[in-house]
Design a protein around this ligand. Structure first.
Ligand code: WTA
Length: 660
């Protein structure tokens, strides 16, 4: 890996912005100067310029009790009002907020006035169901406009949403509902994916069912959007159709102000243990940084641009760059329900041509998949409307970066590689188009007002040309405010490693990523340094998949690694020891098939291992820790590395012999 990185860092291609682009760009270099001069004043200006405050704040940052930050704490605002009403009041009610396209080709065009009305009705409907300020609402929906409406309706009444990606299983949904003690679940009777309707309501039914080990669900109602026309089971009194409850609700709803630190949402993400963490975001600071980054990183001209972020609302990218950033900025965007290759491999490019998309924000996995299917598909369509391309979620290799710029961007669009996390809430490191000379493969520089660094194990800055651990060195507006219900884990996971000279006010945020600074001092993010995998830009925990595997009666022990994969970045590979009796009852192929299905049922299809090796031993150190590095060697087809710290140095030989 490090050799590969050294040669990557030799990258000397630079793409300065064209004079034309710079002349019309929103950002100017003085953004960096203003932020460097007075970081807090800079963010206070952004918060005032970009948002509407019911009560203006007087205090920018309260960092007296680190790592619990409070931004703009004495100000009040309503997040939904900022995303909706104020645009209508400003005379932009007729502007399209969402061009929506379903996978089968059905469409909806929703203006800001219509979206505002829908959210007001939904807010009234939620209140009628007894949802109050601070209550948690789980949202388990396909990519349909109701997903945004449901999130904004929660925000409008001060309830906290917890969106669960529709690809997660009933088990995953249940654990998230239980952890947050949600009172309401909003779901659909199905959604379209790969030409078929996938069920969602079934999973909700299973997730909220009471049984011996789950005696009392907190869920009082299940609100169901009609989308898939699937037959669904119905529990009278508990289950309600969205179209009955929302359509009949009043369209008058006043957006009441809430404190800037009012919780906005919980979003679960994988950590290094078996249990996902409920990352908590609040209102004023979060919305400020979403709006700021969406405007400047994508050079947004809201009157003319058509923005398209391809992420699902189930991930943080969908929260910040499908819902909150674009709508706070009054942008017009495209939302697409389905997969990129249905019904044909050129579907995305067809949509870009059809809607005149100007800004595209997607993940390297998608770009690499398109490279494989070939340039002839994008080349069938007119992509000349595109003027900015963004990448997020995993490192983008320079080859994919160049392909993206040349084939999708016609060799002229700036490509911005944006680094951030569920925890950071919004983009932290990225080029600004119109200002930065872009560099393939590098995420480049912190955005104005953000400070990051790369430190060695002892907390020293590594300096240019070296690698280490990526940290954020100062609190930022959209930072996570905690892990739901677990302040200890919040501190341990992110804030304990670098506590400078015992001074808690200088605590730094540990991102969990390895990174290098190149000779220009620009950042290259290399990937996770903990037991978190990144598969197709989705975070998965090795421990979570191991727990799923050992929960099956045929499994005695399991170890999971993320193996490098050409398309998906990493792929899930598992090594499993079967229980002695069962090992005789089925072949390795049978066991592999059973366990793949089991993992998909326990967590979701995204976690399904690409390969499961049935083995008789696992490599462990004398203290019993599994040496995943050695298993990764096997999974990636390499010669096995240094085995001298193994308790039994023969183990790897046994494993590799068996797999031959
Ligand atoms: C990785 C997604 C390299 C990283 C927004 C991080 C990246 C994790 C990049 C967060 C990038 C995200 N280059 N790696 N531009 N962006 N990552 O929470 O490992 O789903 O820690 O947030 O994705 O994933 P998450």
């Amino acid at each position: 890996m490090s050799e590969k990185i050294d040669s990557l860092l030799q990258e000397d291609r630079r793409f300065p912005p064209s004079a034309d682009f710079t002349a019309n760009s929103i950002a100017s270099p003085d953004l960096y100067e203003r932020a460097a001069e007075d970081r807090l004043a800079f963010w206070a200006d952004q918060a005032r310029e970009l948002l509407h405050w019911h009560t203006p704040f007087t205090q920018t940052l309260d960092w007296n009790n680190p790592p619990f930050a409070r931004w703009f704490a004495d100000g009040t605002l309503n997040v939904a009002y900022n995303c909706l009403d104020r645009h209508v009041i400003a005379g932009n009610g007729d502007r399209v907020a969402i061009h929506w396209e379903g996978e089968p080709g059905d469409t909806r065009t929703i203006t800001y006035a219509q979206l505002t009305e829908e959210v007001k009705k939904a807010a009234n409907a939620l209140e009628a169901l007894g949802i109050r300020h601070g209550d948690r609402v789980a949202i388990y929906l396909p990519m349909i406009p109701e997903a945004a409406v449901a999130m904004l309706a929660c925000a409008r009444i001060g309830a906290v949403h917890s969106v669960v990606f529709g690809g997660f299983s009933a088990e995953s949904l249940r654990s998230r509902i239980e952890d947050a003690q949600a009172k309401l679940v909003i779901t659909a009777d199905g959604g379209w994916r790969k030409g078929k309707v996938f069920p969602l309501k079934d999973a909700v039914d299973a997730a909220v069912a009471n049984d011996a080990s789950h005696p009392a669900t907190t869920v009082e109602h299940v609100l169901v959007v009609k989308r898939g026309d699937n037959d669904v089971e119905w529990v009278d009194g508990r289950d309600l159709w969205w179209h009955d409850v929302v359509a009949g609700a009043s369209e008058n709803h006043e957006a009441k102000p809430f404190e800037a630190e009012n919780p906005l949402y919980i979003l679960y993400t994988s950590g290094t243990t078996g249990k996902p963490k409920g990352i908590l975001h609040t209102s004023g600071g979060y919305l400020t940084q979403c709006a700021f980054t969406h405007k400047y990183v994508f050079d947004l001209h809201p009157e003319t641009d058509v923005f398209w972020c391809t992420a699902d609302v189930g991930w943080v990218t969908g929260h910040s760059y499908v819902v909150y950033g674009p709508l706070a900025n009054g942008a017009t965007q495209l939302m697409y329900e389905g997969t990129p290759d249905t019904p044909h491999p050129g579907r995305w490019w067809e949509l870009i041509e059809k809607y005149g998309v100007t800004i595209l924000y997607t993940a390297p996995t998608a770009i690499r998949a398109f490279m494989k299917t070939g340039r002839e598909y994008p080349q069938k369509f007119d992509l000349s409307s595109l003027r900015v391309l963004g990448s997020v979620g995993e490192p983008i290799n320079p080859e994919a970066w160049i392909w993206y710029r040349d084939i999708i961007g016609g060799g002229k669009t700036p490509v911005v590689d944006t680094w951030w996390q569920t925890e950071t809430g919004a983009i932290m490191v990225s080029a600004l188009p119109g200002i930065t000379s872009t560099k393939p493969g590098s995420t480049q520089v912190p955005i104005p007002g953000i400070s990051v660094d790369v430190l060695d194990e002892t907390g020293k800055r590594v300096g240019n040309g070296n690698g280490g651990l990526l940290v954020s060195t100062a609190p930022w507006p959209s930072m996570l405010r905690g892990i739901w219900g677990d302040p200890e884990r919040f501190i341990e996971t992110y804030w304990e490693k670098f506590d400078f000279e015992g001074s808690p006010n200088r605590r730094m945020y540990l991102a969990g990523d390895g990174a290098r600074l190149d000779a220009d001092g620009e950042l290259w993010v290399l990937g996770r340094v903990d037991d978190v995998m990144n598969v197709s830009g989705h975070r998965l925990s090795t421990m979570e998949i191991e727990s799923a595997l050992v929960s099956h009666p045929i499994v005695a022990e399991a170890a999971v690694v993320g193996a490098t994969d050409d398309t998906t970045g990493q792929a899930v590979v598992a090594f499993v020891i079967l229980r002695a009796k069962q090992a005789e009852a089925q072949t390795a192929e049978e066991a592999e098939a059973i366990l793949k299905v089991h993992v998909a049922e326990q967590i979701g299809a995204i976690a399904r291992p690409k390969k499961i090796y049935i083995v008789t031993e696992l490599p462990k150190t004398r203290s019993g820790k599994i040496m995943r590095r050695l298993l990764r060697d096997v999974a990636e087809g390499r010669e096995v590395g240094d085995t001298t710290t193994l308790a039994d140095t023969q183990v790897m030989q046994v494993i590799t012999d068996k797999l031959k």
